[in-house]
Design a protein around this ligand. Structure first.
Ligand code: PSU
Ligand code: MN
Length: 295
């Protein structure tokens, strides 16, 4: 596999010794923030993982290989020109020797290939508003359904149809755990989401649930941690989603378009909250991974 997947020495050693490892994505680095702000978010997320006692494994495609454990210098190459890689795109990008930033789904696919079972992100993808026009459902959901992993997030991105996504998560057999909350966080907003399938109180509880879920043949588990600073941008989000549709923005371009417009028109407020919640979720994923390694 070495010609296809490159695992950093640090990550490889941690996996071999069954120590806690947390996968981090690069789509939010390349496409989730105005460049070069995403790089700082990625590095701060890695620091949060380390602070909680786990090893960060930032994932992306570079120089013809899927890299698991990017160096800080390599992370700098994840500019807005990088391809956005869902699970379908990983192999193509490696073979075509392009730079590719992995989504949650793409990161999970890469992580599964080397046995990493924990990741942190901002908000999971899901069912886009207005389904079936457009007929857009994030590949994150299918990846969660088929890969055994815990994804620490602030719920589902609020630019989506969150109740429909919640239903689909149930259909796919994915537990949605509220971290010290009864409802799913709405990405930038702590409250107002649909009820979670279960509330959990700490990382150790999530680790025990994950262990049991996997023994029973289950796969992905979504953990929703509310952002520390809650922001209500419902109206602005509705306007921007409608505008994106009017302008014919579709497919993989929708999420980056809406996030960028939100960051711009909220005078940077969504950008700040998004950054902080991503870093906090990376730290939570690490706490869960550490608790799981100690089981
Ligand atoms: N969380 C963020 N910002 C992001 C994303 C998540 O705070 O940019 C990315 C993740 O990579 C997620 C992707 O997998 O958005 C979803 O894209 P799509 O809706 O096209 O599947
Ligand atoms: Mn999509």
């Amino acid at each position: 596999m070495e010609h296809l997947i490159r695992v950093s020495d640090e990550v490889g050693a941690a996996i071999a010794e069954a120590r806690a490892v947390v996968a981090l994505e690069t789509t939010l680095v390349a496409h989730g923030f105005p460049a070069p702000a995403g790089i700082e978010v990625g590095l701060a997320s890695e620091a949060a993982v380390r602070a909680a006692g786990a090893v960060p494994a930032t994932v992306g495609v570079l120089d013809g290989r899927v890299v698991i454990g990017l160096t800080a210098a390599e992370l700098q190459r994840f500019t807005p020109e990088a391809r956005k890689l869902g699970p379908r795109d990983l192999a193509v990008c490696a073979v075509q020797n392009a730079i590719g930033a992995t989504t949650v789904g793409g990161t999970l696919a890469a992580a599964a290939a080397v046995g990493i079972r924990f990741m942190g992100t901002g908000g999971l993808g899901g069912v886009h508003r207005g389904f079936p026009t457009p007929p857009d459902v994030s590949a994150d959901l299918c990846a969660c359904a088929r890969i055994p992993a815990v994804i620490a997030s602030s719920g589902v991105k609020s630019l989506l149809d969150v109740p429909a996504t919640m239903e689909l998560l149930e259909t796919l057999g994915i537990p949605v755990l509220g971290y010290r909350v009864d409802t799913l966080p709405l990405f930038y907003a702590a409250e107002g989401g649909p009820p979670v399938s279960a509330r959990v109180e700490d990382a150790a509880e999530v680790a025990r649930i994950a262990d049991a879920h996997w023994r029973l043949g289950g796969n992905g588990i979504l953990v929703g941690r509310p952002p520390d600073e809650s922001l209500d941008v419902t109206e602005l989000t509705e306007d921007i989603v409608a505008e994106a549709q009017d302008r014919g923005v579709s497919g993989q371009a929708v999420t980056p378009y809406v996030l960028a417009a939100l960051h711009e028109r909220s005078n940077g407020e969504t950008r700040r909250v998004n950054r902080d919640l991503i870093v906090a979720n990376a730290g939570l994923a690490a706490e869960i991974a550490v608790a799981h390694a100690a089981l």
